[in-house]
Design a protein around this ligand. Structure first.
Ligand code: TMP
Length: 210
């Protein structure tokens, strides 16, 4: 691996991606890479303020989509692009596929408007359309996720959505993967932690040798 890599992690709430993202950060660092570990919405002081609003205030779907993309623009220009320019491995807990899955799939918001916003927001000096090099999708049946979440912390605005919302989010991810199959690695999150970790490493190795 000789260049900066941008890896995003996706999945419905309760899919258990956070543990593996931290594990991967250590895994890369042990191999001598510099890692930028970050998340969306968030990753900068301003984008974290947007996150607070997006996760806890109710708002109209377009406002919500704009807020996600506003946070993304801020994060991209101030954290992701500088990190890639330095040659870091960027591990990002959610990126633009989450907007398509949650706002597009979950909320049923106009997919083509999201595509226009994506083109605008992810156009940066280094490239016409910044996208992750690899997106690892922790796929989990929504019923299983709901069981896991019922014992977790107090749910935020998205986590407290009904099962049907997460079924639509899952379909949103599937649609995104269909449009960019090479970028996506779909992993079953409905297995032991060790099993998921093995699949994560396999996805990384496969992407790096491709
Ligand atoms: P997290 O809890 O995994 O950090 O994600 C924050 C929540 O925000 C999660 O429920 C998914 C949601 N979200 C969107 O609805 N749209 C987006 O574009 C992003 C990045 C997250």
């Amino acid at each position: 691996m000789s260049r900066a890599w941008f890896i995003s992690f996706e999945g419905i709430d309760g899919a258990g991606k956070s543990t593996h993202i931290e594990g991967l950060s250590t895994w890369f660092q042990n191999r001598g890479y510099r890692v930028t570990l970050t998340r969306e919405p968030g990753g900068t002081p301003l984008a974290e303020k947007f996150r607070e609003l997006a996760l806890h205030e109710s708002m109209d779907p377009l406002t919500e989509a704009l807020l996600m993309f506003a946070a993304r623009r801020e994060h991209l220009l101030n954290v992701i692009e500088p990190a890639l320019a330095r040659g870091d491995v960027v591990l990002c807990d959610r990126f633009t596929d989450a907007t398509f899955a949650y706002q597009g799939g979950g909320r049923g918001f106009d997919w083509s408007v999201l595509q226009s916003l994506e083109k605008m927001v992810q156009k940066v000096p280094a490239t016409e359309l910044r996208q992750p090099d690899l997106t690892i999708w922790f796929d989990l049946p929504p019923e299983v996720a709901a069981q896991r979440l019922s014992t977790a912390r107090v749910p935020d605005k998205f986590e407290s959505q009904p099962l049907s919302f997460f079924q639509n989010v899952r379909e949103g991810y599937a649609k995104r993967m269909q449009a960019s199959p090479k970028r996506f690695a779909q992993i079953s999150a409905d297995q032991t932690r060790e099993g998921v970790w093995t699949d994560v490493l396999h996805a990384i190795e496969k992407a790096y040798t491709a």
